[in-house]
Design a protein around this ligand. Structure first.
Ligand SMILES: [Zn+2]
Length: 281
């Protein structure tokens, strides 16, 4: 694919980006790692542990002090480069919590980086100083239970919570639709001027875009309620009806997203299920 892999792209004063070479149906052209700051830098979402990506980051850092390596969450396309980069540049890993894999076993699917080990976990609203300016964690569970966005000078590094290229995958057991909607609502009440997501282009109209995303999920929910109101249905049947013409590589994720909606609707007393078949309550 023709994309600026391993190149340092300046985005605005104090913010630059390096694209990792891990394109897929879920990552668009790949994971975008951000360098924040000028004299001193922070690295947001170091990305997959690809040697060429680590080399490109080290070169982009160019001997400057790295105040922190920040991870929005621990999917394998975001956090595995944290430890090797920390070793190369001598920086702490700060940001989202590790998932407690032993105690919540089923949450630990293959998409998770089970080796992620932060030096410091940021709670919602906790701040760090980067190059004399403030970087603040904004807890945004939903895509994963440990997801954080990071706010800096009116920009929000939105990770996978809000992406510039497609809707976010929300798949149980770790993904939670009610939490995701609440996290969108939390962003709606902020006044960030731009979002820099881990995948896809910058979002330059955040308020409008977040309202659009919330509307999209509410439409999807309505559609699912209508389908299970007609007759009891299994998830594949709901996916076939609700996502006509879907890229076959995304059918599993769509099924996960439908399940996330159904579990949320079940908690709200609007649907019930008998084994695999769901129906309106
Ligand atoms: Zn992710």
């Amino acid at each position: 694919m023709d994309a600026p892999y391993a190149k340092l792209e300046a985005i605005e004063p104090g913010i630059a980006r390096v694209l990792a070479h891990n394109p897929s149906a879920f990552t668009y052209y790949g994971t975008q790692t951000y360098l924040v700051g000028e004299q001193e830098v922070a690295v947001v979402d170091p990305g997959p542990g690809l040697p060429e990506h680590l080399d490109a980051l080290e070169q982009a850092i160019g001997g400057r002090t790295v105040a922190a390596i920040l991870c929005t969450h621990t999917h394998r396309d975001h956090s595995p480069a944290a430890r090797p980069l920390a070793e190369r540049v001598g920086a702490p890993i700060v940001g989202c919590a590790a998932l407690a894999l032993e105690t919540v076993g089923p949450r630990a699917d293959a998409a998770f980086d089970g080796d992620y080990l932060p030096d410091r976990v940021l709670e919602d609203g906790e701040a760090l100083e980067i190059d004399g300016k403030t970087m603040t964690a904004v807890a945004t569970p939903g895509h994963t239970s440990n997801h954080l966005c990071f706010a800096y000078q009116g920009a929000l590094f939105s990770g996978d919570h809000v992406m510039g290229c497609s809707t976010t995958v929300v798949v149980p057991p770790d993904g939670d639709m009610a939490a995701y909607m609440a996290s969108l609502d939390k962003l709606r009440q902020r006044e960030d001027r731009v979002y820099y997501p881990a995948h896809g282009p910058a979002v330059t109209n955040p308020a409008q875009y977040v309202r659009h995303l919330m509307g999209h999920r509410m439409q999807r929910e309505k559609q699912i309620l209508k389908l299970v109101g007609e007759q009891p249905r299994g998830i594949p049947d709901i996916v076939a009806n609700a996502y006509p013409g879907l890229d076959p590589r995304l059918i599993t994720a769509a099924g996960g997203s439908v399940l996330a909606h159904l579990l949320d609707l079940e908690r709200r007393g609007l649907v019930v299920h008998d084994g695999e078949r769901w129906t309106a309550a």
